[in-house]
Design a protein around this ligand. Structure first.
Ligand code: ZDP
Length: 279
């Protein structure tokens, strides 16, 4: 069966998008996703994203498989790509704001006049039981807690944006050997559902540099939920402002953790690369 796809990226975090509006479940398996994401034997991507029929009063539903075939609850760069893709599919019925059903709840991306996409990412979840992590009691928060990983003790703060994040503040983000230390964080026994890990260097009160090792995808050029989690961790530990630019290898994301309603807002680019047909 020939399946059409379109490749998009959000700051180099790249995805294969599938128009799956005619069926309530993904047309590809996690194994298909792993094969298609392979950068030599497949199309090459950090994940596969499916546009499914909406649930309840939502316009559409989003599901995503990481490049290792695992299914995360939410994705930040991915939902900006999703917004641009559904606007392309809807043509002249396209909307400026969509309500998208995800495993992490309803998320609302909105197109900006400068072509970027601003997303209401919802409330961060801070209790250990919500991350999940066993670094503290279920109802406690994990803020600047020591964690042994590899040959050193790190000071970590854990935040869920629907998917789990461990944020470590470091002197020099570029000095981190991601390929060596990333997998050790990802599969650390304190994180029963594995973890995304962000290494953050504070450059100014409103500017941080981020390097990320993603659960199920490895080192990527950007992670939207990770950028949100990092600014929340920065505010909780008095290291950065509520409105902060996160500098990623793939480009900048603007993050705001609203004082008024406690919600996190993410603004950034999402671009179409090409389209094609599988099989
Ligand atoms: O939680 C996870 O398993 C992530 N790897 C999902 C993908 C997150 C993403 N990179 C983002 O931008 O939030 C798409």
């Amino acid at each position: 069966m020939a399946i059409e796809f379109t490749k998009y990226h959000g700051l180099g975090n790249d995805f294969i998008l599938i128009d799956n509006r005619h069926q309530s479940g993904p047309v590809l398996t996690p194994q298909d996703a792993e094969r298609l994401c392979h950068r030599n034997f497949g199309i090459g991507a950090d994940g596969v994203i499916f546009v499914l029929p909406g649930v309840g009063d939502t316009d559409y539903a989003m599901r995503i498989f990481n490049s290792d075939g695992s299914e995360p609850e939410m994705c930040g760069n991915g939902i900006r790509c999703f917004m641009q893709f559904v606007a392309e599919l809807d043509g002249d019925r396209a909307k400026d704001i969509y309500r998208i059903h995800t495993l992490a709840g309803v998320i609302a991306p909105q197109r900006q006049t400068d072509g970027r996409v601003k997303v209401d990412m919802g409330l961060p979840r801070l209790l250990a039981g919500e991350i999940p992590t066993t670094l503290a009691a279920e109802t406690d928060k994990v803020i600047d807690r020591p964690l042994e990983v590899g040959d050193r003790t790190w000071s970590v703060t854990c935040v869920s944006m629907g998917n789990p994040h461990c944020v470590a503040f470091v002197e020099d983000a570029d000095a981190i050997d991601l390929a060596r230390i990333g997998p050790q964080f990802e599969r650390h026994p304190e994180f029963p559902q594995r973890i995304n890990t962000e290494f953050i260097e504070v450059k100014a009160p409103n500017t941080v540099k981020m390097r990320v090792w993603e659960r199920g995808a490895g080192a990527t050029l950007a992670c939207g939920t990770g950028a949100c989690a990092s600014v929340v961790a920065g505010v909780l530990t008095q290291r950065c402002d509520r409105k902060t630019t996160v500098e990623l290898p793939g480009g900048p994301l603007e993050i705001e953790w609203s004082q008024d309603n406690g919600r996190v807002y993410m603004t950034g680019a999402a671009e179409r690369v090409f389209s094609g047909c599988l099989g």
